[in-house]
Write a protein that binds this ligand. Structure first.
Ligand SMILES: Nc1nc(=O)c2c([nH]1)NC[C@@H]1CN(c3ccc(C(=O)N[C@@H](CCC(=O)O)C(=O)O)cc3)C=[N+]21
Ligand SMILES: [Mg+2]
Length: 296
């Protein structure tokens, strides 16, 4: 079997197109422009790349982008004051505080200071609780992007065996909740799981989100399964810096039915879903109907 490649880059462009159409209508019919504020603390080069890319794509879909860059030694109080200002700014519909934060800050405290209605990352405890109880929430961007690709590929996910590898609050746990919401039978596996290859071999859907380069091998994959690779690992190979996923792509693609590449898979969908969430937050804030197909 040669796997179908799920083209996240192309899918993300389609999602951005839907977002841009809806944003144009909001402007025309209601005079409203969605706004996204991105806060970056410190000078991590990779983070700067993502923030720049987010800002560019935000403007491209017709939204306002507000970037706030704070130095790495900014007191936590100053960050909390900025969040308070953004919470009370009616031009800002979405707030993203880039993670990780410097060590002297308490990430949970900072995230939970964001107005849950503007929490476009879906990391606030209110949104986590709403998602876990099947109520309307802001859904974390990476799992939402994975869900969109899975729904697009399969149609219905009902009754499928899904294995999520990784139990992080930003990917593994919300991904499992979303798959459960679509009536999958969900297993969350992690570093202490016994016989991990055997657990993965049961899966119709594998979502790999462990942060270990090429850990998931082709002989762990059931023939015809769908493999979603969330990993973005920078490694050195033959003296070159390359980007690889959590899945050993070549061996997995030889048995899977469909697979996402790295780069060009989940990553671009994450940013597209951030824009989708900002649009959703803006519609809710204004009591307007939400975009279709862009929410869980
Ligand atoms: N509060 C918060 N929310 C985030 O969503 C968040 C964050 N903090 N901190 C950092 C991570 C990382 N992240 C990525 C988004 C897109 C790509 C992406 O588009 N990657 C491209 C390749 C990029 C490259 O070449 O480096 C791809 O996979 O094709 C990667 C990584 C969002 N993050
Ligand atoms: Mg783990």
């Amino acid at each position: 079997m040669v796997a179908e490649i799920i083209d996240g880059k192309a899918f993300a462009a389609t999602v951005r197109g839907h977002v841009a159409d809806h944003v144009a209508r909001l402007k025309e019919e209601h005079g409203i422009t969605p706004g996204l504020a991105v806060v970056l603390v410190g000078e991590d080069p990779a983070s700067q790349v993502y923030v720049r890319s987010k800002g560019k794509q935000t403007v491209e879909v017709g939204m306002n982008s507000y970037e706030h860059k704070l130095s790495a030694d900014t007191p936590q109080k100053d960050l909390l004051d900025l969040i308070d200002k953004l919470n009370n700014d009616s031009a800002v519909h979405g707030i993203l505080v880039q993670l990780p934060l410097p060590r002297h800050m308490n990430e949970d405290l900072v995230i939970n200071a964001i107005d849950p209605a503007k929490d476009v990352d879906g990391f606030h405890i209110s949104n986590v609780g709403l998602l876990g109880t099947g109520q309307k929430s802001m859904v974390p961007c990476t799992p939402l992007g994975c869900l969109m690709m899975l729904r697009d590929h399969h149609g219905s996910l009902s009754g499928k065996d899904a294995v999520v590898i990784g139990r992080s609050n930003i990917v593994g746990k919300p991904m499992a909740q979303l798959l459960l919401g679509d009536s999958c039978t969900v297993t969350i596996a992690h570093s202490r799981t016994k016989d991990l290859p055997d657990v993965v071999r049961r899966a119709d859907i594998v979502v790999a989100a462990v942060g270990r380069p090429e850990m998931v091998q082709g002989d762990w994959i059931k023939e015809g399964a769908t493999v979603i690779d969330v990993g973005i690992n920078r490694i050195e190979r033959d003296g070159k810096n390359v980007l690889v996923g959590d899945v050993h792509y070549e061996s997995a693609a030889a048995v899977a039915g469909a697979i996402t590449p790295v780069p060009g898979g989940v990553g671009p969908m994450t940013i597209a879903c951030l824009l989708a969430n900002t649009l959703t937050a803006c519609c809710r804030a204004n009591g307007l109907p939400e975009p279709e197909g862009l929410t869980a």
